[in-house]
Design a protein around this ligand. Sequence first.
Ligand SMILES: Cc1cc2nc3c(=O)[nH]c(=O)nc-3n(C[C@H](O)[C@H](O)[C@H](O)COP(=O)(O)OP(=O)(O)OC[C@H]3O[C@@H](n4cnc5c(N)ncnc54)[C@H](O)[C@@H]3O)c2cc1C
Length: 332
Amino acid sequence: MNIRHNIELQPYNSFRTKAVARLFAEPESGTELSGILRNFPQERKLILGAGYNIFFTKDFDGLIIRPAMKGITIVKETDRGVELEAAAAEEWDALVEYCVAKGYAGLENLSLIPGSVGASPVQNIGAYGTEVKDVITRVRAVDMETGEVRAFNGEACAFAYRDSIFKRTGRYLITSVTFALDKSFVYKEKYVDLSRELQGIASPTLMQVREAIIRIRTRKLPDPVKLPNAGSFFKNPVLSREETERLQVILPDLPVYNLGGERFKTSAAFLIEKAGYKGKRKGMVGVYEKHSLIIVNYGTENGEEISDFMKEIQQSVMQQFAVALQPEVWIY
Ligand SMILES: Cc1cc2nc3c(=O)[nH]c(=O)nc-3n(C[C@H](O)[C@H](O)[C@H](O)COP(=O)(O)OP(=O)(O)OC[C@H]3O[C@@H](n4cnc5c(N)ncnc54)[C@H](O)[C@@H]3O)c2cc1C
């Protein structure tokens, strides 16, 4: 069991903020993980994947566990599809690339999302009309409080928009995820931007869909290596009918998506832009000029500078539109 002490976390989070973890472990197997949990029962713990959705405002006085289990296995195969199990530390987009190259359909719309396989169910990653819950059949995890090994089916994961049981409880360390993928593929429009990018192609292949998404994302999103960021900083707010109608009076062009019943999702990026924050910079932090949902770091190592800027945006949107923006990013 390899436990390291006083580890600088700057290389382990895509915002590149500085903080020190008192204890740090990278278990490569379930057995190694169980040993760590047995040896540090009382220690405060935090699971870290590839660090694209998390940043630190202070040192972490506890144990950071960064799963290092690798491997992709076909667990079931028929003429129509495959069930494929991928270990937590596999890189997400490498898995998508592998599946697309093999002709397995289901993950292609989630191309180029940065991060690890193990983190994908936590916030039920989504893009271009697809959420990862659509193809997950099983999540294997270890309960960090009891050491028990558990398998969750799709229903037990309690997936919702950018949410799951794993996110709500924070107590399960995911060791692998199983996906059900199809061997046949017919492109169906789920997202207008994507169809526009594919215009002129009669029946797009899996690879053409992946390449189109990579082109759109590369144009639109800042590369975290060149301009540190954590992707969408806030969740899109879900409002009641009354709140939506009130807002449409002051913002007639407010984008609204009916989730069914009396719940309406609107665009956090739109509200941030209308609050005057698109492209706005304060010190070493700012809102990306091409995408108002993304906060970028122009050079600070201090996570508090980012969280202060986040609070300023939240207050401004609250004052102007009476909407509470919730962060999608984890802040420690
Ligand atoms: C440029 C950019 C674009 C992005 N685009 C999208 C997008 O289109 N859609 C989208 O949904 N997200 C997007 N994101 C967010 C991010 O890619 C996802 O949240 C991704 O799943 C993070 O993976 P990670 O391994 O880096 O997780 P981390 O940031 O390391 O961790 C995120 C959370 O998951 C927990 N966690 C990590 N691994 C495990 C595990 N094995 N078991 C249990 N808990 C774990 C952590 O404790 C933490 O709470 C984007 C981020 C960036 C920087």
